[in-house]
Ligand binder design. Structure first.
Ligand code: SAM
Length: 178
């Protein structure tokens, strides 16, 4: 019996290491954006109904739920299965299944081509790699909104309360949109 308890404890420990460790290695740890910042990010992105946005590392889904409430098609990528479960539950509770989706998938494996805007709350050591992925995959004119951390080598179109707004320019040149 004791050996079963030990094995269970080891299993739980491994799961905790996996859930906490993977985001640290492949992205950022979970730290939710405040609702004030969520509203600011959406306002700065100035999206309209029918636009499609992605939140890379969507946490508890608050960003995609807030976008979907405004008629924006919102897709989250999240590697923590617990957060995927909670955000899917909240999407259902809000009746937003037609507009909001969460994928249990690494942001590094997401195809970003369809998105009009990409929201990011990362960590400094992923920003350069992420910048290259965004430049490669997003179409010119697509917007990138970053919470807390600016992208190296990109000039923001606007900055407010540590939110940085960018627009993808032609030929990988990222410029301020009009
Ligand atoms: C700082 S939190 C931001 C959560 C949410 N976007 C918000 O603004 O409230 C970063 C999130 O990214 C997730 N994450 C980290 N690495 C990831 C990866 N490679 N792919 C997808 N999600 C990742 C974490 O689990 C965490 O939920």
């Amino acid at each position: 019996m004791n050996i079963l308890i030990d094995l269970f404890a080891i299993l739980v420990l491994l799961m905790v290491i996996y859930l906490l460790g993977r985001p640290i290695v492949r992205g950022a740890i979970y730290f939710p954006t405040s609702h004030v910042q969520v509203d600011l990010m959406i306002r700065m992105a100035s999206l309209k109904r029918g636009d499609v946005m992605a939140d890379l590392g969507s946490g508890d889904g608050r960003m995609i739920i807030a976008c979907a409430r405004q008629g924006i098609r919102a897709e989250g990528y999240e590697i923590n299965p617990l957060l995927v479960f909670l955000s899917r539950r909240d999407i259902r509770r809000a009746g937003l299944q037609d507009l909001a989706t969460v994928r249990w998938k690494s942001l590094w494996r997401a195809d970003l081509a369809p998105y009009d805007a990409v929201f990011v709350y990362g960590i400094p050591y992923i920003m350069d790699g992420l910048r290259r992925k965004l430049e490669r995959e997003l179409r010119p004119g697509a917007k990138v909104i970053s919470n807390a951390f600016p992208f190296p080598d990109w000039a923001p179109l606007a900055t407010e309360n540590k939110i940085y707004l960018y627009s993808i320019g032609p030929k990988s040149e990222t410029v301020a949109a009009a």
